[in-house]
Write a protein that binds this ligand. Structure first.
Ligand SMILES: Cc1ncc(COP(=O)(O)O)c(C=O)c1O
Length: 408
């Protein structure tokens, strides 16, 4: 029997979704599960977007043009102009979510065997695309105690080799919520210029920043053709299912390659592109995004404060996105802990699912005492979830002690 490719076998399942069958089993037993494991918010998608989808006057649901519907591209160019970034229509293409945009960015910038520097913990799907394209992720480890901000640039420079082609990061970050300062980004920008590297900045959470301003990579004109912006409406519009993102580059060779990839994948969803035109043409669109940001801001503060009630929890208040990455000294194996919460624990018929930390690192052996919590539910549910988590951590620690004592 022929086996599948080595790359397919090397591919790891998403640490965010891999344990979902245990949640399904818990629900079958009648347990209510608070899902804080996945970045799927419960906030309604803005009405102007939904109206655009509902009122689309279409007889034939045809393919959209490969680079994107003209009106959608125009509306996005106006959106970036509102942000203070001038783009021409040669510099932007619509993709199937940010996911396709960073997959394109990796495929276009790297040959198999090339290295990409990525601050860890990082969004695990980078790893999947790196594996499928034979690209090596070289991690730059960041720490909870430092709020996951970058180490000094000299330490990052030590990781650059002749094989390094790009620096890739999300800002504000998933899974940490870190929002890099302008100075941190300037350090990366200068390093990229010094070593002739691409900078791939993944910014789906750019509008979800609660402390200061989220600096876009497009705010560094000196980067010129080396900058690649990966963007998405999934999070800032609470429209994950729309599957609409975009890739922006001022490099004609990059855009020419994006065009070919767009052609071989045909098109991004038509209805969603029409929904986005309707949203961006609404004069109040910025208020709708601000409403979503305000809700997440309040949830962040509520969750952060509640987490302080769990003994030993180590976390810094994240600046953006909608995640908190927390270290718990009571947890020695966060994957086992997540399974324990789903298989063995409940508080009055309820439990919590979070994402285990190790899957967000490339460095082996790190993150086993950490979990990512997504504040995608309303505040009363977050408070209840922390209550359950606190009780679960206590019970887990006691059960591990019991196991050690019995074994000893
Ligand atoms: C950092 C980051 N980049 C990209 C994505 C992909 O988003 P989408 O493909 O829905 O735009 C996500 C989704 O969670 C993310 O967290």
């Amino acid at each position: 029997m022929r086996s599948v490719s080595d790359r397919s076998r090397a591919l790891k399942g998403s640490p965010i979704r891999r344990l979902v069958p245990f949640a399904t089993a818990a629900k079958k037993r009648g347990i209510h599960v608070y899902h804080l494991n996945i970045g799927q918010p419960d906030i309604p998608t803005p009405e102007s977007f939904m109206r655009g989808v509902r009122e689309a006057d279409i007889d034939v649901l045809s393919y959209a043009p490969a680079p994107g519907i003209h009106a959608t591209l125009e509306a996005l160019i106006a959106f970036y102009a509102d942000m203070g970034v001038a783009l021409s229509d040669d510099e932007i293409r619509i993709t199937i979510g940010g996911s396709e945009a960073f997959a394109f960015a990796l495929q276009i910038t790297c040959n198999p065997g090339d290295d990409v520097l990525v601050p860890e913990p990082f969004y695990p799907n980078y790893n999947g695309h790196a594996v499928m394209n034979g690209i090596n992720i070289v991690p730059i480890t960041t720490k909870v105690e430092e709020g996951f901000h970058l180490p000094p640039i000299e330490e990052i420079r030590e990781q650059v080799s002749p094989k390094t082609k790009a620096i890739l990061f999300s800002n504000p970050g998933n899974p940490t919520g870190v929002g890099y300062t302008r100075d941190e980004l300037k350090g990366l920008v200068d390093l990229a210029i010094e070593h002739d590297l691409f900078v791939i900045s993944d910014e789906p959470y750019r509008e979800l920043m609660y402390e200061g301003h989220a600096t876009s990579i497009l705010e560094f004109p000196e980067l010129g053709e080396r900058a690649i912006l990966v963007d998405s409406i999934s999070k800032r519009l609470s429209a994950c299912g729309a599957r609409i993102g975009c890739i922006v580059s001022r490099n004609p060779e990059v855009i020419a390659a994006v065009d070919k990839l767009c052609q071989i994948r045909l098109s991004a969803p038509t209805f969603s592109q029409l929904g986005l035109v309707s949203f961006l043409n609404d004069p109040d669109y910025a208020t709708a995004i601000e409403d979503i940001r305000t809700q997440f801001h309040s949830r962040r503060d509520t969750l952060f404060e509640a987490l302080q009630t769990i003994p030993g929890a180590v976390c810094r208040k994240p600046e953006g996105a909608f995640y908190i990455f927390v270290k718990f000294p009571q947890i020695d194996d966060s994957e086992e802990f997540v399974k324990y919460m789903l298989n063995e624990f409940d508080l009055d018929g309820e439990t919590v699912m979070v994402a285990p930390g190790a899957g967000f690192y490339a460095t082996p052996g790190v993150g086993h005492d950490e979990v990512r919590i997504a504040y995608v539910l309303e505040e009363s549910k977050l408070l209840r979830a922390v209550e359950i988590l606190k009780a679960g951590i206590e019970a887990y620690a006691a059960s591990r002690e019991g196991a050690v004592t019995t074994a000893g």
